[in-house]
Design a binder for this molecule. Structure first.
Ligand code: SAH
Ligand code: SF4
Ligand code: F3S
Length: 471
């Protein structure tokens, strides 16, 4: 996420933690600040404004923010001393929403704290901090009645070939372990028209893939083009009509809202990619109930069966928490059995961590740290085996890949271009940078536990193949 700052432009540095929605928000924060003259920079050195877009989902999140703030403080002070320029240091996102007051108490050098629902107001906030009667500090962690989506600029910085688009935000599910309903607020869905407008802009800026986002994306229910309510399958089929948009994905869905129409869309919509992230959290019905997940493990299995009927090659991904309060050995074994039955091609797994203010934080029967670690390690071994076994089935195959970036300098991906298969594999290829932004056939030459390597498929043509075009 960098533009080349030109002279007289102000430098904006954004560091993002957390889910894809935060990544999307960071793009939009840069869009809001662009008309004020801020251009993205990939280093905090000499930045005029630094935004830490934070995540509060698990423990240590807040500590990470404070240690980052501690590292940035000398930059801010040095710049002020040497040039007299004030660096605006801002904390945004879910830690800002949950712990705004604590941030300004512990780090009084922070200039600005704003939540996920107020960043459309950044121009006013920045004006108050930099105007003639400079305010020392500002906090805006409201849940405003107006939606930020109605106030964000129409213009976008490019997100490249694979873009995110938030269509739904907030959560009314209240899983007992989770902070999201408190940090992001109640469920809200954007209108189909505003989503289509934004999708067209993204495609104009080079997007070939759009991943529509929501904390509970399949609970989407926005105003449709005909004035009636539209659901996610309606929206996905409207998006499918966009010329130049080749791939669609949606993240993150809840099993409870996986209805038959959405399942059928996986069979009907050619642009909907055969990869689905559907968090289960546990394979034990007792724990699922304690988590207030509102579904059972059998319900989850049923969904997968139906999905595979309409899209047999669908690759499944999930989220799992181990060591939730009261999780017995048997409960954990039920989770392992579920994983063996389903086979995930990728899966995020976490040790339960108590989040202040959530119902589970006051539950009894806490699981010892060493037991959690042991369970997590057994679970991750199984998940890695499943992923590697799946990846190996691609050896020697030719598959289409959307290239969206070049490898990082100084990293093992340096010198490669990177992209994603339809099944969401990370792919590395030695190829020309001009392939970035295109969907190209790749011959898989090496399979790794969490990625594939391949060669661009090439052919030889003589000039006869040009004749048709010349006629
Ligand atoms: N909306 C998504 C998940 C959002 S949070 C859903 O409903 O599944 C991403 C993941 O973080 C969750 O799926 C869960 O596995 C994990 N997570 C959330 N709270 C947690 C906690 N207190 N401890 C450990 N993991 C947690
Ligand atoms: Fe959190 Fe549950 Fe809502 Fe997902 S569905 S965001 S886990 S409360
Ligand atoms: Fe984290 Fe907030 Fe996303 S807590 S997971 S950044 S919604």
């Amino acid at each position: 996420m960098t533009d080349k700052p030109q002279q007289n432009q102000k430098k904006l540095y954004i560091k993002t933690w957390g889910c894809q929605m935060n990544v999307y928000d960071s793009h939009r924060i840069s869009d809001v600040l662009k008309p004020l003259g801020y251009a993205l920079s990939d280093t905090p050195e000499n930045a005029d404004m630094i935004v830490l877009n934070t995540c509060h989902i698990r423990e240590k999140a807040t500590e990470k923010v404070f240690s980052e703030l501690g590292r940035l403080k000398p930059h801010k002070e040095k710049r002020q001393a040497e040039t007299g320029e004030r660096t605006l240091l801002a904390v945004a996102g879910c830690v800002a929403q949950a712990e705004g007051d604590i941030i300004t108490q512990r780090a009084p050098y922070v200039d600005l704290v704003f939540g996920p629902q107020t960043y459309h107001r950044l121009p006013e906030m920045v004006a108050k901090l930099t105007g003639a009667r400079q305010k020392k500090r500002l906090i805006d962690t409201d849940f405003p009645v107006e939606s930020k989506f109605d106030h964000l600029p129409e213009e976008h910085n490019s997100q490249g070939a694979a873009a995110f688009l938030s269509i739904q935000e907030g959560c009314d599910k209240f899983c007992t372990f989770c902070v999201v309903p408190y940090t992001r607020g109640a469920e809200y869905s954007r209108s189909v028209q505003s989503i289509l407008d934004e999708a067209h802009k993204l495609v104009d800026h080079g997007a070939k893939e759009i991943n529509v986002l929501g904390q509970n994306v399949n609970a989407y229910h926005g105003d449709g083009l005909d004035g009636k309510a539209a659901d996610l399958p309606d929206l996905l089929s409207a998006l499918s009509e966009i010329n130049g948009l080749e791939r669609l994905r949606y993240t993150t869905s809840h099993p409870r809202d996986m209805d038959d129409r959405l399942i059928q869309a996986h069979g009907d919509l050619g642009k909907l990619m055969p990869f689905l992230h559907l968090p289960i959290q546990s394979g034990s019905d007792k724990i699922l109930d304690e988590m207030n997940r509102k579904h059972t493990s059998d319900h989850y299995r049923e969904i997968i069966q139906k999905l595979k009927k309409v899209r047999p090659d669908l690759a499944m991904s999930s989220d799992i928490i181990v060591g939730f309060p009261g999780e017995s050995d048997q409960d954990f074994e039920d989770t392992m059995t579920l994983i063996r039955d389903i086979t995930f091609v990728s899966c995020y797994s976490f040790k339960y961590s108590a989040r202040p203010g959530t119902p589970a934080a006051s539950m009894q029967n806490l699981i010892r740290e060493d037991v959690k670690s042991e369970r997590l390690s057994r679970l991750q071994t199984l998940l890695s085996e499943q992923q590697y076994t799946y990846n190996k089935t691609f050896m020697g195959q030719t598959i289409p890949v959307l290239f969206d970036r070049k490898g990082k300098e100084g990293h093992k991906s340096a010198g490669f271009i990177q992209g994603r298969s339809e099944y969401n594999h990370a792919i590395h290829v030695k190829g020309n940078e001009r392939l970035i932004g295109q969907i190209i056939d790749i011959h898989v030459t090496e399979t790794r536990p969490s990625s594939l390597t391949g060669d661009v498929v090439t052919s030889e043509y003589d000039s006869s193949h040009l004749k048709v075009a010349q006629l």
